[in-house]
Ligand binder design. Structure first.
Ligand code: H2B
Length: 105
């Protein structure tokens, strides 16, 4: 399981490589070592479906998103609290969220 060891904060080199493997709409948050993306769906039902799938893997992997939902929009911020910044846990979660959103297109 992911949390059996403390995740490692990505170095600058690791980070720029990792960011190329997720959707280009993920952006670094100003003044914080975190990434952010806004997902937009057709309606609340689809947004909630996306959030439900994400919630299951969040709980399984002990890695939880910060998110804000209004109707069909989900504003997501990913960061790893245990290391105070971006780790591969965030990149892996971003990839899964990208795939779930794509499946709902
Ligand atoms: N989520 C996120 N985003 N970062 C963490 O460091 C983290 C988490 N740590 N979920 C997990 C829970 C840890 O506190 C528990 C004990 O597994």
């Amino acid at each position: 399981r992911w949390m059996s060891t403390i995740p490692k904060r990505l170095s600058d080199v690791e980070r720029s490589a990792a960011l190329k493997t997720i959707d280009s709409s993920w952006k670094m948050v100003e003044g914080r070592d975190a990434i952010q993306r806004v997902f937009e769906f057709r309606d609340f039902n689809e947004a909630w479906s996306f959030m439900s799938r994400t919630a299951l893997i969040a709980e399984q992997g002990a890695h939880h998103p910060e998110w804000f939902n209004v109707y069909n929009r989900v504003d997501v911020t990913l960061s790893t609290h245990d290391c105070g910044g971006l780790s591969m846990n965030d990149i892996n979660m971003a990839k899964k969220m990208d795939a779930y959103a794509k499946a709902l297109e």
